[in-house]
Design a binder for this molecule. Structure first.
Ligand code: NAD
Length: 445
């Protein structure tokens, strides 16, 4: 008999046993289809700076119910804490003072977002104050209940808190699109990008190519990009041709059968774009494989094949794209890393190498793309329910699935929402970062 842990702990006897024994009880997370409103109200904006006033005004445009005090609220949907002007740890007091009571009243799927300055000051007092915010927000993510998430936006000195990348990050973190992103920070290190004409179709007019799109996370990315207004080209190996053409028909995408490890894959992509007179506004390197084995038993083929698909092919394709005239202004490159690349994972030395390499690649690529108004970033999923993770032995899979603050695996859609956000116009100020979509996976480091 197949044991469905989540169904069990949601049944009456299961709930009782879980309550008595402390077993994880995952909340059914509201996604965008369940809650399409930009922000869950009432929204409480805490902070004494001018930026707090301005962000409150911005949130008011997205939702009618924005408050500056928690006093008379029974329930709170969203708390935005603006700490941009702190210059000593004690400065946090007046802003944080009323927050514990408010944090107790969060609704199902609530959101906490901190907005503060990046801890890269030369002044020890200032830097300590700023650095503290990260520990604070990561702890709120661990303490939050009922699907509430907590994330931080870190804004470099010199970048306005009204910059499109700050507003874009705020919009993403307060929405239901970030359901499986928690305990993370996103740094805005450059001004750039712009606001979309219509938030609800933030990829309108943009053309995006997604590799490995025939199934799993890639297919979810393609569907989400189309939902958000993009023209999408979906690429996968010829062996996945029928799934690829089914998806192309379903969402109105352009299918491209190709193995990305072919030496001339980049040139073929450029030729295809030229033939169709298309320029790319974003490229999503999603295709990836695992060939797990403990390192002591790792043969060369296992090592090389994973490195080739997961990183070497991407680098070759990037070189061909950069040498072409097929990249639009405001180009966004997004590549799939993994929490295995962040922290390592037993049995995945080859995969972890390739995914750490992805993080290194985007860090170096972003400044190169910045010269033409573009950027590059990575997304590191944790445990996502796909064909890839179905290959993990059942007990180990159950442990991975529960080893995060939200006590459940994420959905391909959760990764797709994050990628759609990073492909958008406002995302120009995130430079070579890796954003985790992992429910705050307890990966350690
Ligand atoms: P998947 O195995 O379900 O799908 C991968 C797709 O990539 C397949 O359609 C496959 O045909 C395609 N592909 C493989 N090699 C290719 C090649 N040489 N050329 C073109 N296409 C190729 O995998 P998934 O779970 O959807 O993962 C997608 C990405 O997310 C991968 O990069 C993976 O490493 C990453 N990721 C997944 C998880 C997870 O929990 N599933 C976690 C972290 C990272």
């Amino acid at each position: 008999m197949k044991l469905d842990y989540t169904a069990f702990v949601r049944s009456a006897p299961g709930k009782f046993i879980a309550g008595k024994t402390g077993l994880p009880q995952p909340t059914d997370l509201p996604r965008f289809a369940d809650r399409p409103q930009p922000v869950l109200g009432p929204v409480l904006v805490l902070g004494t700076s001018q930026a707090a006033e301005e962000l409150a005004a911005q949130l008011l445009e997205w939702d009618g119910d924005v408050r500056r005090h928690a006093d008379d609220l029974d329930k709170i949907g969203t708390i935005v804490v603006v700490l941009d002007e702190i210059s000593a740890p004690g400065d946090t007091g007046p802003t944080i003072r009323d927050m514990p009571g408010a944090f107790k009243k969060m609704k199902l799927g609530g959101r906490v977002v901190t907005v503060s300055r990046t801890a890269n000051s030369d002044d020890p007092h200032v830097n300590a104050a700023r650095a503290g915010v990260e520990g604070f927000v990561r702890t709120l993510a661990k303490e939050a209940r009922y699907g509430t998430t907590a994330n931080g936006i870190l804004v470099d000195d010199g970048v306005s808190l009204r910059d499109p990348s700050v507003i874009g990050a705020l919009r993403f973190f307060v929405s239901a699109k970030s359901a499986f992103v928690t305990g993370q920070t996103l740094r805005v290190s450059a001004e750039g990008g712009g606001l979309p004409a219509v938030w609800e179709a933030h990829l309108q007019g943009r053309t995006v190519l997604v590799t490995g799109a025939a199934r799993g996370i890639g297919a979810a990315i393609a569907r989400t990009l189309v939902r958000d207004g993009a023209k999408v080209i979906i690429l996968d190996v010829p062996g996945a041709g029928s799934a690829l053409s089914d998806l192309a028909n379903e969402i109105g995408a352009i299918p491209l059968q190709m193995d990305i490890t072919a030496e001339n894959a980049g040139e073929r992509i450029v030729d295809e774009l030229t033939k169709r007179d298309l320029t790319l506004d974003a490229f999503v390197h999603n295709a990836g494989i695992t060939r797990d084995k403990y390192f002591a038993n790792m043969d060369e083929d296992r090592w090389n094949s994973v490195i080739d698909v997961n990183i070497a092919a991407q680098l070759r394709i990037n070189d061909a794209l950069l040498a072409s005239d097929r990249l639009g202004d405001d180009f966004r490159l997004v590549s799939l890393a993994s929490t295995s690349g962040v922290a390592g994972n037993a049995g995945q030395a080859n995969y972890a190498y390739s995914k750490s390499a992805v993080m290194g690649m985007v860090a170096a690529l972003a400044p190169i793309l910045a010269e033409r108004g573009g950027t590059a970033n990575a997304v590191a999923p944790g445990f996502i329910e796909t064909e890839m993770t179905k290959k993990i032995p059942p007990m180990q899979r159950e442990i991975f699935r529960r080893s995060n603050s939200l006590k459940q695996g994420g959905l391909p859609l959760d990764v797709a929402e994050t990628i759609s956000f990073l492909c958008s116009l406002p995302a120009g100020g995130y430079v070579g970062q890796t954003l985790r979509v992992c429910g705050q996976n307890l990966v350690g480091r």
